[in-house]
Design a protein around this ligand. Structure first.
Ligand code: AKB
Length: 316
């Protein structure tokens, strides 16, 4: 990767990825784009930034060509809970943005990354040790978009030779930029409320296990996958990745090691609960490990200590 254009660069993954890639490749070689200016202050203080709507195919192409991008990281998308509220809008944004970015990659010969999600699985997929290759019949608009996106990326690779790559991300946890509109967001909220008020009311019910990963491991995974020799990648779109699996009770117990009085209550949101129940408990990540050496370093215990310590220290 030499010159990398990122869409959705002001979001949860984008703001931290932009900062990291700028450290690795130089600020001028990472072009941050988003429909909104950066909210976090994490990534875009130095280096190029362009306001960009991914529905505008010409604009994506023009920015990529102007900066001579050789890599496109397409992150702009609606997450699961928001997509369930506005399915038609989600279809247009998630699928339209992806095909516009893929077209630019095809025209300019760029390497391409876009995240997939545990949301590609549905009630018919095995719940535990969910295999890399298995039944994918999601029951959410987000999941449908992500499965179609994986297939589209396979198609652009097979048909046009675009070097597409992807990861099926679990819930991503970070103290820097908040997620928005996801089903796994409860975990991030719980950390912040534990420090702020010592109590949290979860919209996901007890006993609902989902895969999770700390943001530094997610960023490392993107960088490692993008640096891997293309010939090594068999399951390129997209790899199961995860570092841990927990339910609200287990996370609360971990938080109590640092904040013993922490109180957890429940007010389950039926929409997000139904989404969560349609997703796996825990993925099999062996394909990512074997094909490009995926190795997350944060366990639940280590992540919880780090999150609580940073949140307590405050911004900056
Ligand atoms: C969401 O909850 O929608 C995302 C995801 C797992 O893709 N965090």
């Amino acid at each position: 990767m030499k010159t990398i254009m990122i869409t959705g660069a002001s979001g949860q993954i984008g703001s931290e990825l932009t900062a990291r890639l700028r450290q690795l490749y130089g600020a001028q070689h990472v072009i941050a784009t988003d429909i909104m200016p950066d909210r976090s202050g994490v990534g875009q203080d130095e280096g190029p930034f362009e306001l960009l709507d991914v529905n505008d195919q010409r604009a994506i192409y023009d920015v990529a060509r102007h900066y001579k991008a050789d890599t496109i990281i397409h992150l702009a998308a609606l997450l699961s809970a928001t997509a369930e509220k506005s399915p038609l809008f989600a279809w247009h944004l998630n699928m339209g943005g992806l095909i516009n970015a893929l077209e630019t990659a095809k025209e300019l010969g760029c390497r391409f990354f876009t995240p997939s999600s545990i949301g590609v699985f549905g009630p018919a997929s095995p719940k535990d040790a969910t295999p890399q290759v298995t039944v994918q019949r999601p029951v959410t608009m987000y999941g449908i978009n992500k499965v179609a996106g994986e297939l589209l990326c396979d198609y652009y690779y097979a048909k046009f030779g675009v070097d597409t790559r992807g990861l099926r991300f679990p819930g991503l946890i970070s103290y820097l930029t908040p997620p928005g509109g996801g089903t796994t967001d409860y975990a991030v909220e719980m950390f912040f409320e534990a420090v702020r008020s010592g109590a949290y009311t979860s919209f996901i019910g007890p006993g609902t296990f989902m895969d999770m990963m700390y943001m530094p491991d997610a960023i490392d995974a993107i960088v490692t996958l993008m640096e891997t020799d293309s010939a090594q990648l068999v399951n390129r779109n997209a790899y199961n990745v995860s570092a841990m699996s927990f339910d609200p009770e287990l996370l609360a117990a971990e938080i109590r090691r640092t904040i013993p009085d922490f109180r957890l209550a429940y007010q389950v949101d039926p929409v997000r609960q139904q989404i969560a129940e349609s997703w796996p408990n825990q993925l099999d990540i062996s394909a990512a490990r074997e094909e490009w050496g995926f190795k997350p370093s944060f366990t639940l215990e280590r992540m919880a200590r780090d999150m609580l310590c940073h949140i307590a220290a405050g911004p900056g």
